[in-house]
Design a protein around this ligand. Structure first.
Ligand code: ZN
Length: 237
């Protein structure tokens, strides 16, 4: 039994590595996903300011067209003013001209305000674009590191599984099946050393007689509390 127990310990060491490699392989895609979300956020903010900029340019252009039309209308009125026949008509048209001038200065003011808005947005876009470039550079670096780790973990896992397969073949089938049953119930650790006078897995106290038997390594002994296989010391076997 001693040899089998040693083999079980070797499998346990491999399985612990396999377990942590698989855990890591599960978290890397999540981390990559988080990086993609951050990039989308940055791109979204940049796109938003770009849209505001386009809208502001559109408002300014509309104001300029309005100014052009209003100025032309005013000039027409000023030409017509010299052609009116009556005082009444003259006064009415003069009022209209005054109103047109007020209107034009209102439009000019709106255009000026929009130009200021446009300048502020252009500065913001420049800043957002700079921040996005920095963010992208940072994210690309992190992505590269994660992808390299992913590839490394995958090849490590393949190696470990191959090694495991070779070692498992040397174990009698019934012992191998006991081991895998415990491993399923206790993911990551099926074999634990005695720690002090307790189970190294669940820390339940072990009776002295039990400990003596484990030390002899003559049979497969499992913890009555957690069901894991108990060995004297994983390092010594
Ligand atoms: Zn236990």
């Amino acid at each position: 039994m001693k040899e089998e127990l040693k083999t079980i310990c070797r499998i346990q060491v491999l399985d612990a590595d396999i377990y942590s490699a698989r855990q890591r392989l599960e978290t890397i895609p999540q981390e990559l996903n988080e990086l993609n979300l951050k990039e989308q956020e940055g791109a979204g903010a940049l796109r938003e300011v770009g849209q505001k900029l386009a809208e502001s340019a559109r408002v300014k252009k509309a104001g300029e067209l309005d100014l052009e039309a209003s100025t032309a209308a005013l000039r027409k009125l000023q030409v017509q003013l010299s052609q009116v026949k009556t005082n009444k008509e003259y006064t009415a048209m003069q009022q209209e001209i005054e109103q047109g001038k007020v209107n034009i200065s209102g439009i000019e003011e709106k255009i000026l305000l929009e130009m200021e808005h446009l300048d502020a947005l252009a500065l913001q876009e420049k800043e957002f674009s700079r921040q996005y470039d920095l963010l992208k550079k940072d994210l690309d670096g992190k992505r590269k590191t994660l992808l390299e780790e992913l590839a490394l973990m995958e090849s490590r896992l393949t190696g470990l599984l191959t090694q495991r397969e070779t070692v498992v073949k040397t174990l009698p089938a019934e012992i191998a099946s006991v081991y895998s049953r415990i491993m399923q119930a206790r993911p990551g650790t099926a074999v634990v050393p005695v720690s002090g006078a307790s189970c190294g897995g669940c820390f339940a106290s072990l009776p002295p007689q039990f400990i003596n038997e484990i030390r002899k390594m003559e049979k497969l002994i499992t913890c009555e509390t957690c069901g894991r296989i108990l060995v004297w010391s994983q390092e010594e076997v």
